[in-house]
Write a protein that binds this ligand. Structure first.
Ligand SMILES: N[C@@H](Cc1ccccc1)C(=O)O
Length: 508
């Protein structure tokens, strides 16, 4: 019998009496595991080996779990500090005990959330007590960490920790389970007979070359077979970020709904960002810390003079017969100040003003999916730079039903069917609505956008005589609803979750 070299090597390393794993065979033959797997499948087809598969579960401590092996579990440290401070006799102030424990930052929260649960004592009204009967040496989680300290990917059946404790460690992120398929191979009787009769190594050819073809040799050689089932090595190449991919999808969706794309400056005059939106110049958001001002240049050169006059009049006197303005100062220099745009509604005002005031005829539909900048505090749902899905529709006789219907149609394209609306206030829309969606894993309501129907005081100076409904939606929040992550920092910045970014598929 003739077989390719790898198969011969595997046959020689395998055994009729003892099942050997692919990894063991790879070690014995010095072949890569994927080559061994390929050879094993072919030998199985020939009836020379029998293959059995099982799933192995292994466990290993996470970095955090390993840290606690050295430093002790936070709740145990809190308990020890509480005992030291005499909290087994009388309640002691929390601040004092935490200070003495040396716990800091997130570890304090972890200690507090496990302390009472594990019977170490009680925390109430800023004071802590310690139960003198509690025994940290009998802490099942602490003991399990000790037991697992030196094992790396140990088979779960082999570790001396009960399944409940394993689960709680896993829930706390101190332990990780990994599942892998293990294939085990034994020689069949036929293989034993063939091996005794002697097996020759067949030369197989992996690639057709010009020489093989021109010489005609290709007719006589044996070609290696493709093995499409072999476990291939995983390569993580670069790919377009899921946020960009989803942005493209949003753009396609809006184009499909008849919208045209707007673009414009990231740094813009307050005039376009705020004044055209009937935002009073003393509105907190305009002087407030959440604005990123520009140091150089500080002011825009050009503003359309006629529009500036009309906007100023609306601010001072209001519009229409019984209009009311803000009766507060309006300063053109203030309107010329440059800042990073805090919303892309600046693009909407630029586009609504048209080439010339009043030259836009309904119907019109515009959108942008662009970055905005706010001097916010970074947290699980806030970034300092994020993407807004801006949009507006200009038409005769629009109503709230049109607005809601547009959102329902838009979000349903992303599998989101349960949009909720909450009345809201914007200086430039009346009525105004915030939009909410349900987070797929936590079930919490997440704010995903803000919208409304532009008011007269904003539209009249721009020369728009019909209705305009408009919105700004958060792209990152849409992603949260689509892919179920809970922290925006999972997809941005140094804390990002690479697995999530690699594995998430954005389908069109
Ligand atoms: N500019 C608003 C969104 C919005 C746009 C247009 C109309 C109403 C609301 C925001 O950033 O939250």
């Amino acid at each position: 019998m003739q077989l390719p070299a790898q198969q011969v090597a595997v046959l020689e390393a395998a055994n009729a009496d003892e099942a050997l794993s692919v990894d063991a065979l790879a070690a014995a033959t010095e072949l890569p595991p994927e080559t061994v797997t390929g050879a094993v499948f072919e030998l199985e087809d020939e009836g020379l080996v029998a293959v059995s598969e099982r799933t192995d579960e292994t466990v290993a401590l996470t970095d955090e779990g390993r840290d606690y092996v050295d430093t002790g579990l936070p709740e145990v440290r809190l308990y020890e500090a509480a005992l030291e401070a005499g909290a087994d006799a009388d309640p002691v102030s929390m601040g004092q005990v935490i200070g003495a424990s040396g716990l800091e930052g997130g570890a304090v929260d972890i200690a507090l959330s496990n302390y009472a649960r594990k019977g170490y004592g009680a925390i109430e009204g800023g004071e802590i007590t310690a139960d003198s009967d509690a025994d940290p040496d009998a802490d099942a989680e602490a003991n399990a960490l000790e037991a697992l300290a030196d094992v790396d990917d140990a088979p779960v059946d082999g570790v001396d920790v009960d399944s409940e404790t394993l689960e709680s460690l896993e829930r706390r992120g101190l332990l990780e389970r990994t599942e892998s398929t293990v294939r085990e191979v034994t020689l069949t009787e036929r293989a034993v007979t063939e091996l005794m009769a002697g097996i020759e190594t067949a030369e197989t050819v992996g690639q057709v070359t010009p020489e093989l073809l021109t010489s005609g040799e290709w007719e006589d050689v044996e070609f290696a077979e493709y093995n499409v089932e072999a476990d291939a090595e995983r390569f993580d190449g670069g790919k377009v970020h899921i946020l960009r991919q989803t942005a493209e999808r949003v753009k396609d969706t809006l184009v499909g709904m008849g919208f045209q794309e707007m673009d414009g400056p990231h740094v813009d005059a307050d005039f376009w960002i705020n004044d055209c939106l009937f935002m009073p110049q003393d509105h907190p958001a305009r002087t407030h810390w959440d604005r990123f001002a520009l140091e150089r240049p500080t002011h825009i050169d050009d503003l359309p003079a006629d529009l500036v006059d009309r906007v100023e009049r609306a601010h001072r006197e209001g519009v229409g017969e019984d209009g009311e303005g803000y009766h507060s100062p309006w300063d053109e220099d203030f309107a010329r100040a440059l800042a990073l745009r805090g919303h892309t509604t600046s693009l909407s005002t630029r586009y609504l003003s048209g080439e010339e005031i009043g030259d836009l005829e309904p119907p019109q539909r515009y959108f942008s999916v662009e970055k905005v900048y706010r001097n916010d505090t970074l947290d699980p749902t806030h970034l300092l730079e994020f993407f807004q899905i801006e949009g507006w529709v200009m038409a005769e006789d629009l109503s709230v039903r049109d607005l809601m219907g547009t959102f329902e149609e838009f979000y349903s394209q992303f599998g989101i069917e349960d949009i909720r609306f909450k009345p809201h206030y914007n200086p430039y829309t009346e009525p105004s609505f915030e939009l909410f969606g349900t987070h797929p894993t936590t079930g919490e309501l997440v704010e995903i956008g803000n919208s409304g129907i532009f008011r007269e005081e904003m539209l009249e100076p721009l020369g728009v005589e019909c209705d305009v409904m408009a919105w700004g939606l958060a792209l990152e929040r849409l992603l949260m609803l689509m892919y179920g992550f809970e922290d925006i920092r999972d997809i941005h910045g140094t804390l990002c979750d690479l697995e999530l970014l690699r594995d998430t598929e954005v389908t069109y």
